[in-house]
Design a binder for this molecule. Structure first.
Ligand code: NAD
Ligand code: ZN
Ligand code: ZN
Length: 352
């Protein structure tokens, strides 16, 4: 006889939850008891099971960027969990389904950007863990139109970093235009970069990894980088030119502006340099050099819903295995401190 477990209902959800809150930018996060949010139209309430910690969450907590997060923000945009309640007019999610939030939490759906495949540029977009509360709490809201659909069989810890780091570098690598068999430099082998090495390999690219820490470079090698350069001890331009004749493209995920200057030195003529990293600051570039070598420099911000579905599909097919370490919500300030010092190998994922 088959017994069917009753679907959880809204009444089984507590009224308050533990969450890490940015009370004052630049100060440690507070672990507080806050109200569990109520899903509005097209929204679902999700019990968070895991959440990756992205360097963007640290920028948010430190107030690094010109656009400030909302007050009392709960960061987190690599949250994976289970739908426990749905709001009005929800037609595409059901209780029990596994979903993720994302940086692109929602967009207007009707502007020129949304209509032309550039929803990541929508001026009306909401950002998970920045303009709306994110996944550093026991429950979070998602918009059914933008929430990630998690493939069956996904590991709750491994899949979390795909939701931001994975989609961001997958999209960024596509934007480099590097073709199978050509060289790409991944600069910065942190949460984003170590996953970028894997996507690049899965996309047929040859990979040079650049970081300022030898343990990050060792990690890059385990994920398939053929050449590694420690930018703290070697000039990356010379080393990469010697090893490859100049890369066809670069993906910069590093958190220091110096890496952005150095990207110009590692490429061959006609290359495309894509910036994913977002350290506050500016970089120096020589105009004559960019023009005469016809270099393209472009920014790239996360990815569309389709990019995210594609990035998750690479994961589901076993092509991508983020290096993950499990921590709890209570460790969040310690995680940020280690992240600031560049002492995390791969990605930290908090398990609830
Ligand atoms: P992380 O802290 O995990 O990794 C950063 C890496 O940069 C570390 O390995 C560090 O050793 C390396 N690094 C520091 N200085 C360097 C230098 N001079 N040269 C080379 N490498 C250097 O951070 P993360 O979570 O991977 O995020 C990286 C950046 O990307 C952050 O600024 C984050 O906000 C940004 N980000 C952007 C997007 C986007 O859509 N564009 C999405 C997610 C994150
Ligand atoms: Zn992120
Ligand atoms: Zn729009």
């Amino acid at each position: 006889m088959t017994t069917v477990a009753p679907s959880p209902t809204r009444t089984e959800v507590p009224t308050t939850m533990r969450a890490a809150v940015v009370t004052t930018t630049g100060e440690p996060l507070t672990i507080s008891e806050v109200p569990v949010p109520t899903p509005g139209p097209h929204e679902a309430l999700v019990r968070v099971i895991t959440s990756g910690v992205c360097h963007t969450d640290l920028h948010a907590a430190r107030g690094d960027w010109p656009v400030a997060p909302k007050d009392q923000i709960i960061p987190g945009h690599e949250g994976y969990g289970e739908v426990v309640a749905i709001g009005d007019r929800v037609t595409t999610l059901e209780v029990g389904q596994k979903v993720g939030n994302a940086w692109l939490w929602s967009a207007c759906g009707v502007c020129e950007y949304c209509r032309t495949g550039w929803e990541t540029l929508c001026p009306e977009q909401q950002n998970g863990g920045y303009s709306v509360d994110g996944s550093f709490g026991e429950y979070m809201l998602v918009d059914e139109r933008y929430a990630a659909r998690i493939p069956d069989g996904a590991d709750p810890v491994e899949v979390a970093p795909i939701l931001c780091a994975g989609v961001t570098v997958y999209k960024g690598l596509k934007m480099t235009g590097v073709r199978p068999g050509q060289w790409v430099v991944v600069s910065g082998i942190g949460g984003l970069g170590h996953i970028a090495v894997q996507y690049a390999r899965a996309m047929g690219m040859r990979v040079v990894a650049v970081d300022v820490d030898d343990s990050k470079l060792a990690l890059a090698r385990t994920h398939g980088a053929e050449v590694t350069v420690n930018a703290a001890t070697h000039e990356p331009g010379e080393a990469v030119q010697a090893a490859t004749g100049g890369a066809h493209g670069v993906l910069v995920t590093a958190v220091h502006p110096k890496a952005f200057d150095q990207a110009l030195g590692v490429v061959r003529r006609g290359a495309t340099i894509v910036f994913n990293g977002l350290p506050p600051g500016t970089f120096d570039a020589d105009i004559f050099d960019i023009v005469l070598r016809a270099i393209t420099i472009r920014g790239s911000i996360v990815g569309t819903r389709q990019d995210l579905a594609d990035a998750l599909d690479f994961y589901a097919r076993g092509e991508i295995h983020p290096t993950v370490h499990v921590e709890t919500l209570e460790d969040v300030n310690d995680v940020f401190e280690r992240m600031e010092r560049g002492k995390i190998d791969g990605r930290i994922v908090m398990q609830f």
